[in-house]
Structure formats: C-alpha cells, structure tokens
Design a protein around this ligand. Structure first.
Ligand code: AMP
Length: 486
C-alpha cells in the first residue's frame, strides 16, 4: 500500500513525499482512513511506530477547510511532555507545509505572553501539555468550545505522571460533539476506563511495538553489589564505576544514560564530567529553552553522553544512537522497552546495558516477563568476585556475607580499609565520602582519559586484563572483544 490509497489530499501527500516517506507504517495504514471518516480511535501503539503522522496527516486535511476564530482553536493535541509536544508541532510544520494552518504550542517553560498572542490570532490547532493549557484557560485566555478534534497522546504516560485529573478536566470543557483520537502504549484498567469515558464507538487499532530487542539491539545486564543496606537508590557509587567500566570497553557514538531520579542525574553528570567524559543532561526541572538547547546540541553530536530521565527522553527521535545505558533499572517494565528502543533504530546495530543492584530483582523479573526473555547477564553477583579479585592481584574482600563486594567494587583500592572503618565512613558527610570515592576511583582514571574525545574506541582483548573482570570466569563476552572499528 502507498500513501495515495489512504484518502489524503494532494498537499499532504506532497509533503509526505518531500519528507521521504513512501510506504505508510501499519498504524498509519489502519488509522488514517478511519480518522478521515470522522470516527473515534482507540490506538494501542507506542512511539517509533509512526503514530504521530497517523493523526497529524488526516488532521491537516480535516482542518484544511474552515478557519479558527480568535481565541477559539479548532483542534487540540494533548501531550505528556514538552519535548513530545514540540515534536508534534514540528510534524505539523513538516506535513502542513502546503497548507495555511496556524498552530500554537502551549508548554511550560516558554513565554506565556508569546503563547497568548498566538492564541489571540485563532490557531487551528493547539498542541499542549495539560498544565499550561489549563493555566491559560483559567486566565480566560482561550475557549475550548470550538474544538472538534481532540487527540490524547501517550495516555499511559499521562497516567504515570499524574496528569489524569487535568486531562479529565480539559475533556469536560470540550463539546461531546467532537472526534477523539486516544493513544496509549498499554491498555491498563485505568486507561480503559478513560477510553470508555472519552470515546464514542471507537475503532480499536493495535500495532506491535517497533522492532526492539531481538534483532537490532544487543542487551546486557551488569549486576553490582554494595554495602549501602537496602535503602532505595543504594549502590550509586558502585554503579558509577561499573558504568565507566562498560563504557571503556565499547565503541560509543552517542549514548543516552537513564537515571530514575533527578538528583542522581545531577550527581552522575558531575562525576562523569570530573572523569573527563563529554556529557549533557536532560530532566524535567530544566527550563524549556535549556532542554531544547541540550537536545539540539546532542543531536549535533556536541557531546557523547546524555544523562536523562524517562520523562525528558520519552519519545525523543534521535537518530543513530549507538548505546543506551540504564544506570538505574526502570521501575516500570514498559519504560525498559521505551528506553532501549532509543537505540538500534532503522536497522542500525544498537546496544543497551542495564546496571542493577540486588534490590532491583523484582523490576528485572517484570522486564523479563514483558520482553519474554532474560536480559543476558554480563556480570555475576558480587560474591563471585573473589576469583577476579585474586586474578587482578588485589586482595579479596573479607569472606563474609555482609561484606560482599562487587567485581567492580573490587577494582577500587579499598582493600586496605578496615571493615569497621568503612562502616564509620558511611556515616560521614556526603563530601567526605565523595572524596573517598574519588580516591578509590583513581585506579580507573588513566583509562577514562581517552573518553575526552567524542568517539570512544573499545579496548583490545589483550588490553582488558588491567580492567575489572565481570563474573567468576575469565570469559569476556564477545561484544567486548569486537576488534576496533567493527
Ligand atoms: P513516531 O512513532 O511518530 O514517533 O515516529 C517515529 C519515526 O518514524 C519518526 O522519525 C518519523 O519521522 C518516522 N516515520 C513516520 N512515518 C514514517 C513512514 N511512513 N515511513 C518511515 N518513517 C516514518
């Protein structure tokens, strides 16, 4: 099938052709004719499937007739994050280039005055995050009574982010005489409830997630242990060291590093900068211009590693990422699929490595269940580090269950620190433990120097001896032995 068979107008077809797309994706093939008919849609699809064009293309055709009145937009697209909203706005520009449609992008972190001016001119489409839209509505800056097409995108993410009350409020302000297109990656019971409430006789369309795991992405799980007790977020120090070890062995072009918490993004950013890596960061607390600038710089390859949160990175379309690192195991298994789906795109080989601590077991199990297979371990749990420790000529950790040391941790010169002293150290201030960490990490310093350059080069197998070995054998996984340049 090609685009011309879907019922789209000439202007849209020409714009699609200009964009270089010849064949519709499955969701486009299924959704576009239905949207053009005016029916509601319940779409179960995630980013990477071509979902955005499946609603923007027919919407442009629908909006081509008629004009919006001042402050009375004719259509609304709700997105959970600013970045996604900005991407949808870009899509409108790309596919609407042969139409005279106006749009307003209403997102937090950008000038409200500028947004008010655009609303005053009567935009055909509003592309908004829920908070900013309600804010402008409550200030009396717009009326939603003329909205005839409503898109609720990434509903499951709206739910995760706690936006559902806002979404319900917004929908209650829009006339029921509308067409509603509702998309979600999953159909959890709460999402189903919303779909039943918002949609009228919808056509259900489900498409498979974009090709992820099996074919194009090499996955790996690195287990590290720590003696931080069982508190959530424990083992950060050990994970930082493990991350640097993996990076040192890989040929990296561009990589995303996912953290679960904003404060950990900042800490990791600081630590990696200190170790000479070229890094940027992206999280929800940054202003919108700062986020956009960071993203553009990353896309322009001004730095190699982007440390980010799920919220900030959701749906980002960054071509040719060679690696994704999960510095933290995501607590929602779906996020694992979203995260690793940032690499291995368009048939390019991708790599996704996850660093886990023993407390992550339940999350790993949930991921295994979701993806239908185990993430191949490239490290064993801590106890097995003893051999590696001996082999590397460093004294083994005390043979005590509570003093388990990870293979990675074994690389640090903490063997001279008495266990009791280590206990005291843990109680000391942040700065002090940081300085201890930096001392312990010095062993790795020389290797990291080379990461100052933009592209990293893997170590040759015979150079691996000076690095920490993962697991209790001498086996070095094949991916770590790839000759340079392959
Ligand atoms: P989305 O799922 O909307 O985030 O789209 C994912 C990627 O697929 C984006 O880079 C789109 O530009 C691209 N894309 C959209 N439609 C097509 C198509 N028909 N053929 C190839 N790529 C497409």
């Amino acid at each position: 099938m090609n685009f011309s068979e879907l019922g789209l107008g000439d202007g849209v077809l020409k714009a699609v052709e200009d964009a270089g797309y010849s064949t519709p994706t499955p969701i486009q093939e299924k959704a576009i004719p239905i949207v053009l008919m005016g029916r509601d849609i319940l779409g179960c699809a995630q980013t990477g499937t071509g979902k955005t064009a499946s609603f923007t293309l027919p919407m442009i055709d629908i909006l081509a007739t008629g004009r919006a009145k001042a402050r009375m937009p004719r259509s609304l697209i709700l997105e959970p994050t600013r970045e996604l909203a900005a991407q949808v706005a870009d899509n409108f520009d790309t596919y609407g280039k042969y139409h005279k449609l106006s749009k307003a992008l209403l997102i937090g972190g950008s000038s409200m005055n500028d947004q008010m001016k655009v609303i005053d001119r009567g935009p055909d489409v509003l592309i908004a995050t829920p908070g900013r839209l309600l804010d402008l509505f409550e200030r009396g800056r717009l009326l939603m009574t003329d909205i005839k097409t409503l898109v609720i995108d990434e509903a499951d993410r709206m739910l995760d982010m706690g936006f559902i009350p806002e979404v319900e409020k917004i929908v209650s302000l829009i006339s029921p005489m509308r067409q509603t297109l509702f998309f979600s990656a999953t159909l959890a019971p709460e999402i189903k409830r919303l779909a039943d409430k918002f949609l009228m006789n919808p056509k259900e369309i489900t498409v498979a997630p974009p090709a992820t795991s099996a074919e194009t992405i090499t996955q790996g799980l690195v287990m590290v242990s720590h003696d931080d007790g069982k508190r959530p977020g424990g083992g950060q120090k050990e994970k930082r060291i493990a991350l640097r070890e993996i990076i040192a062995r890989e040929k990296i072009k561009d990589a995303l590093i996912f953290c679960n918490r904003k404060r950990d993004i900042a800490t990791l950013h600081k630590s990696m900068t200190k170790h000479g890596f070229s890094v940027g960061q992206l999280h929800g607390d940054m202003s919108q211009p700062a986020r956009m600038e960071m993203l553009t710089r990353f896309k322009n390859s001004e730095f190699t590693f982007m440390i980010c949160s799920d919220v900030a990175a959701r749906g980002l379309d960054i071509p040719a990422l060679s690696h994704v690192f999960n510095f933290d195991v995501p607590s929602h298994a779906e996020d694992y699929v979203h995260r690793i789906g940032r690499t291995g795109r368009a048939g390019i080989e991708g790599h996704a490595y996850t660093i886990a601590v023993p407390e992550d077991r339940q999350y790993i199990e949930a991921i295994t269940k979701l993806i239908g297979r185990k993430i191949p371990p490239i490290s064993e749990t801590s106890v097995k580090s003893t051999n590696a420790v001996k082999r590397d000529g460093i004294s083994p950790a005390p043979d005590n269950a509570n003093a388990k040391k990870s293979v990675v941790e074994a690389n640090k010169d903490t063997s001279s620190v008495h266990p009791q002293r280590r206990e005291q150290n843990r109680g000391r201030g942040r700065d002090q433990s940081r300085s201890e960490e930096s001392k312990a990490e010095k062993a790795n310093e020389s290797q990291k120097k080379k990461m100052l350059s933009k592209t990293t080069t893997p170590k040759k197998p015979d150079q691996l001896n000076d690095l920490v070995k993962f697991g209790d054998t001498d086996h070095v996984p094949a991916f770590m032995q790839r000759p340079k340049g392959k």
